[in-house]
Design a protein around this ligand. Structure first.
Ligand code: LLP
Length: 427
């Protein structure tokens, strides 16, 4: 991110492109993604883990835009998918099916069939699902390749809504039932056991918890090895945090993560005399910092607070409301003006909770000014809705300041109406 000189009126430049020009051309709200950032973030994982056999499965829930998935496919990414819909997306994007893990604690039988048919690996989340999957595979005359989702009972210090490896969480099979589950799986027809899988949480900044999870998972690999069950891969999930509050938070890098977990991972492989593939499932740390959400000021009101009402709210960006998440905001067309007014930025949704940024010092703004919300590439558009009858916005991809591509058209009100039906008897 940078700014252009004074003669150009101090606009925000993102991916080499003046965002004020983008607003004129595409309208607002607008998600803008920098292709180079995504490629660089992905490559930093590949580089950090190059000493071991590895695959990086991008967590599609973070961002399901096909163009972005296509970029990651070109970089050699696999995918963690959590639904039949995400499986369809990664197929369309050209991610190879042998690098896909179908996750989920509530898969329908239809989704299990789609996963088996596509020959992707399946992370089995319960012993009941194991039985169902075996029956599905037998019926189809196919083999299902599986990993068991382990609940490792570790506690990352993150918002409880995004801690997934706690003993109390609904994800995975309790740690002390894993060996038994593997033995059950080994006896079931049409099941090929190849991996173990965990995911402990998201937006993790204190990465020591990854070492704890790695130790527990490698301990399991050893106990399985002792029982004659040889694994092919260990998937330690995603979760690496990013720096949303630039002044307060220091983001750990993939290299930091590698230094934290590889010694344990490699030592155990050596002692067992086996070679395991390490799989990671990052979402946020690949795409989070690569996008901004550009929005326009609709109104400024000096009331109990100085409210700046913009045209994007929790319909398009849920994180501040759902997790009290902090995202930096900037006035994109007044970059060098001093921040002199305490402002609260709110969206257009009819709820008092629709607050995007609370009590921030901003330059004085007026109707028509442009604001950007930073680091919106992960769990941004993918968590959007049509609440309040608002069509979702467009997305563009920028590269090197020279290329701008539309990667999602904005919806129209027709898209909101399309699948609704007034029954004949009500007409
Ligand atoms: N693998 C599994 C099984 C997951 O459940 C998740 C995220 C990931 C990988 C990717 O985690 P990441 O690297 O992105 O932290 N909407 C929330 C985050 C929910 C995360 C759900 N699972 C947010 O906006 O903070």
């Amino acid at each position: 991110m940078s700014q252009v000189g004074e003669e150009e009126n101090e606009h925000l430049i993102f991916g080499g492109v003046d965002v004020v020009d983008l607003a004129e051309r595409y309208g607002t709200p607008l998600y803008i993604t920098d292709e180079n950032k995504i490629r660089a973030n992905f490559r930093s994982y590949k580089k950090a883990f190059e000493t071991v056999d590895n695959d990086i499965y991008f967590a599609v829930k973070a961002n399901g835009n096909l163009a972005i998935l296509r970029i990651l496919a070109q970089e050699g990414a696999g995918a963690d998918v959590f639904s039949g819909g995400e499986l369809r997306l990664v197929k369309l994007a050209g991610i190879p099916m042998d690098k896909v893990l179908f996750n989920g604690n509530s898969k329908s039988e239809e989704e299990l069939r789609a996963a088996v048919e596509s020959q992707v690996k399946i992370s089995v989340d319960s012993r009941e699902e194991l039985q169902t999957l075996s029956a599905v595979a037998v019926k189809m005359g196919e083999e299902a390749e599986i990993a068991i989702r382990v609940n490792p009972d570790v506690s990352p210090k993150v918002n409880p809504k995004i801690a997934t490896g706690l003993r109390t969480s609904q994800f995975g099979i309790p740690y002390d039932e894993i060996l038994q589950t593997y033995e059950e799986a080994a006896r079931l027809p049409n099941i090929a056991l190849t991996g173990i899988h965990c995911h402990i949480g998201s937006q993790i900044l204190d990465i020591s918890v990854f070492r704890e999870a790695t130790e527990k998972m490698m301990q399991l690999a050893e106990e399985l090895h002792d029982r004659g069950i040889e694994l092919e891969f260990v998937d330690l999930g995603g979760g690496l945090g990013i720096s949303y509050q630039k002044e307060k938070e220091i983001a750990p890098t993939p290299k930091d993560l590698a230094e934290m977990i590889l010694p344990t991972f490699e030592a155990k492989m050596r002692s067992l005399g086996v070679n395991l593939k390490l799989v990671l499932e990052p979402g946020r740390s690949i795409v989070g910092p690569a996008s901004i959400l550009l929005s326009k000021v609709n109104s400024v009101k000096h009331a109990y607070k100085n409210f700046v009402a913009i045209d994007a709210g929790f319909n398009l960006f849920l994180r501040p409301v759902m997790y009290d998440a902090y995202h930096e905001v900037m006035v994109a067309n007044k970059l060098n003006e001093p921040a002199s007014v305490l402002s609260t930025m709110v969206g257009p949704v009819c709820e008092s909770g629709d607050i995007i940024a609370k009590d921030r010092m901003l330059p004085p703004v007026k109707r028509g000014d442009l604001v950007t919300i930073l680091d919106t590439g992960a769990y941004g558009f993918s968590m959007s809705s049509q609440y309040n009858g608002r069509p979702r916005c467009a997305e563009v991809l920028v590269r090197d300041g020279a290329v701008v591509d539309l990667i999602r058209s904005k919806e129209s009100i027709e898209d909101v109406i399309r699948n609704q039906v007034i029954p004949q008897r009500l007409r």
